[in-house]
Design a protein around this ligand. Sequence first.
Ligand code: LCS
Length: 395
Amino acid sequence: MGKKFKHIETELIHKGYDSKELLGSLTPPIFQTTTFTFETAEQGAARFAGEEEGHVYTRISNPTVQVLEQKLAALEKAEKGLAFASGMAAISAVLIALTKANDHIICSSGLYGCTFGLLSMMDEKYNIQTDYVAMTDAKNIEDKIRPETKVFYIETPINPTMEVIDLELVSSIAKKHNILVVVDNTFSTPYLQRPLELGADVVVHSATKYLGGHGDVIAGIAAGKKELMEQIAATTQKDIGGILSPFDAWLVIRGMKTLPLRMDKHSENALQIAEKLKQHPKVKHIFYPGDPDAGGYSIMKKQMKSGGGTLSFEIDGGKEEVQEFLNKLQFIKIAVSLGDTETLIQHPATMTHAVVPYEQRQKMGITDALIRLSVGIEAWQDIWEDLNQALDRFK
Ligand code: LCS
């Protein structure tokens, strides 16, 4: 369990589980149980008092879920990981645990639509206000800091505009002001980027995406220092209760074994597709951090292994043209989510980010012409052929 490996590929497969402890079972058993029996009443009391280690109830801990939590913690270089029923369950548990009424959050200039929805709800209900800030330079951020600022909440790359944020810069500002940095690492995974090593305090994931990787499980994870994670475990995880089921944890564990192979292929394919899209006359802009011409390329090189598997682009036109283009695709699936083996395409303005009011969407750079593409692990030539024929045929 505790063995250290030099390479993340090996850690992904072996960390967090030792078959010797469970009858030699190569893969972790699914502990499909709600509760755990105590040998004596005193033992039960000792477990509840935290005087004796051991499981008591699956909403609090479960051995299969623990394998996933330990694996992810090791990969992110965190002291402790916690698994949740979805990415949103992880994010809400973290943000609610780390703030109280009248606190203030500074957020990256864009983020996933439902996280925007959560932050808006926290403002309405608890007056926890959020400022959305272009985190490209220190002054922009420092100008917005207030005495009640508790958290910097950052997506990098940002969904769906693919802007990247310099995590070392943002974390150094946060440290000076005693502010916690929470980073959504969904698009990169610890294989491409490790925010805690760059100064962040908590990392969150929608494990539904690249970590699971096969489009068959909704899951979320948070990881960070033991003290912070224990606070979250004892409050918002335990008492709100958005925990991950053992079977779903098992699916994520299985998916994660092939993460390096998939991420390398996703990234290679995305780079090829980005190059092709750039040359198409009906494509106006392309946003991919792995593109050497992208504004954030140098930051990507500094903190990521590669640009990842998701990109976005604007076509010449508006909502109708985008819809016509999407409808002309032959095998690429029109669907939200990302990070699956299949290539998925969606229209953020009417789908993932439709909940963000129009004005705010424009400020985030989400125009009606923006399309997000999660490049799968099919042959990139086939992906391009489909995109190309649809681009040629619309309008
Ligand atoms: N964080 C990011 C960056 C996401 O993209 C998503 C979901 C979440 C958190 C929430 O995770 P979930 O609760 O769904 O596991 N993003 C989606 C998307 O772009 N399309 O569909 C879902």
